[in-house]
Write a protein that binds this ligand. Sequence first.
Ligand SMILES: Cc1cc2nc3c(=O)[nH]c(=O)nc-3n(C[C@H](O)[C@H](O)[C@H](O)COP(=O)(O)O)c2cc1C
Ligand SMILES: C=C(O[C@@H]1CC(C(=O)O)=C[C@@H](OP(=O)(O)O)[C@H]1O)C(=O)O
Length: 390
Amino acid sequence: MRYLTAGESHGPQQTTIIEGVPAHMELLKEDINRELKRRQGGYGRGRRMQIEKDLVEIVSGVRHGKTTGAPIALVVKNDDFKSWTDVMGVEPLSEEEEQQVRRKVTHPRPGHADLNGGIKYGHRDMRNVLERSSARETTARVCAGAVAKKLLKTLGIEVAGHVLEIGGVKAKDISYKDIYELQEKSEASPVRCLDKEAERKMMEAIDQAKKEGDSIGGVVQTVVTGMPVGVGSHVHYDRKLDSKIAGAVVSINAFKGVEIGIGFEAARRPGSEVHDEILWDEEKGYYRRTNNLGGFEGGMTNGMPLVIQGVMKPIPTLYKPLQSVDIDTKEPFQASIERSDSCAVPAASVVMENVIAFEVAKALVEMFHADRIDALKESIENHRTWAREF
Ligand SMILES: Cc1cc2nc3c(=O)[nH]c(=O)nc-3n(C[C@H](O)[C@H](O)[C@H](O)COP(=O)(O)O)c2cc1C
Ligand SMILES: C=C(O[C@@H]1CC(C(=O)O)=C[C@@H](OP(=O)(O)O)[C@H]1O)C(=O)O
């Protein structure tokens, strides 16, 4: 399985093409719209989210509610395009028209892609960079993730996520118990946090940042349950599933780090307090006493829940502007902005769930290489039995 996305933030649409989804899997618009709606929510977002109503159109690869095995193409319209048709047109401009292009970007924002992309691609109007580097693209990635989530659900694998920290406010240590409870509780919280006391403080921190024209980041967690043993591989760097997941997480806009299981805490503990002892019983087969390593050993799943944390930096576009340089005049400039999110950590937790879901689904389809969903399901069930009795 693989996917590509295309689309500019203020252009007509976001497009996702996914290849390799097994045939005969039920796939409805609602499966994708549910995830898109979740991504749009969350306390701290700016005015853009009031303009957009992200709804998917399935334009190929599905007939009568079932996948055909052909590439799946998904489209989400950008409602804001209506206000940007002149700026985002594809037709060539005359020299005179070019001088009049509105919203030309010559003031690169610290922390965004503007200046590096401008230099790399030779765009003196850095809008050509901004439009694609915008996290609007995460809409398309969530479309891919939603299809992957549907595939995983068919195989008895669940994905959930929540927020652990925002602007230095930490949720009290919640040890993961039940995935359905986790899904339900995080859904009910405006900041997707399970700790009510921390939730209130996080919302206050977001309000405060907004008041000060600033932005704040945080830490989010994704949990995946029901994984069979041995997905990924120890044999080569580019087949290790933990590494693929780490790459996918850091590829999300503004994500600066990733931890697996207890993560960096492992550096501070002796081995006896890190490695998870191996047990066996007839019903479960092999399992671990603890899950400090977050479900991975040797680049492969060990059957325990996958537990992954991602770190999101504060949003770069600030109402309280940071100094930058006008690339035309080379004069110092303090960028003023039209709008921005103050905190997108809750929304980003949904994005992280979805990018992880895709990597996991992809690894399963690779390992059990099935073209039909029923065959995939059967091979995984056989593998589960094999692993239990091994
Ligand atoms: C859901 C989400 C919403 C975001 N909203 C904004 C925003 O409103 N303004 C902004 O400057 N950056 C926003 N970002 C972050 C930028 O897209 C990101 O910092 C930028 O693409 C540069 O990439 P890097 O931070 O990964 O280096 C958002 C990120 C995510 C995941
Ligand atoms: C559009 C989305 O996020 C956008 C991501 C983003 C950025 O710079 O990354 C900047 C903002 O866009 P605008 O400048 O149009 O207000 C966010 O709203 C979205 O999440 O759907």
